[in-house]
Design a protein around this ligand. Structure first.
Ligand code: HEC
Length: 127
């Protein structure tokens, strides 16, 4: 009986993994389209997210390097910068609202779903 329970758990876990992973990949791919396109994020953060876009040289502080995966702003006061919620809020409302630089613009014009997809894409850029 116990063994069947364990096999059942393993199957449920496998099913969850199999259904979650493609969803994340699909989000990241959709996020790249927004990041490169209407988001114009690459102009500052660079085409591969290294913080080396065309406008980056003139900026201080520099646009975040997403390949490092280090984030600074804690938007929900939980003491942990860089959660999905934090990245979402910074992209939607801009960094200045959370004590960061005004040169990181808020993009409330982009849909929440597209911002979430960009968060997934940004996560995928970490080396
Ligand atoms: C005009 C240049 C510019 C553009 C365009 C820009 N950013 Fe930024 N971004 C910055 C700068 C500068 C920072 C660093 C802000 C700071 O340190 O206070 C930053 C920081 C960030 C961070 C890190 C927040 C943290 O907690 O560390 C994220 C995530 C981010 N940008 C996402 C985006 C996305 C997604 C887009 C496109 C929708 C975008 N940015 C467009 C300049 C830009």
């Amino acid at each position: 009986m116990k063994r069947y329970t364990m096999i059942g758990c393993a199957l449920v876990t496998a099913a969850l993994v199999l259904t979650q992973v493609p969803a994340v990949l699909a989000d990241a791919a959709a996020g790249k389209v927004v990041y490169d396109g209407v988001g114009a994020c690459a102009s500052c953060h660079g085409a591969t997210g290294k913080g080396d876009g065309a406008a980056a040289a003139a900026l201080n502080p520099k646009p975040r390097d997403f390949s490092a995966g280090d984030f600074a702003l804690d938007t929900d006061g939980d003491g942990q910068p860089g959660s999905d919620t934090d990245l979402f809020n910074v992209i939607k409302n801009g960094a200045a609202k959370y004590g960061g630089a005004a040169t990181m613009p808020g993009r409330a014009d982009i849909s929440d779903a597209d911002i979430k997809a960009m968060v997934a894409y940004i996560r995928s850029l970490k080396n």
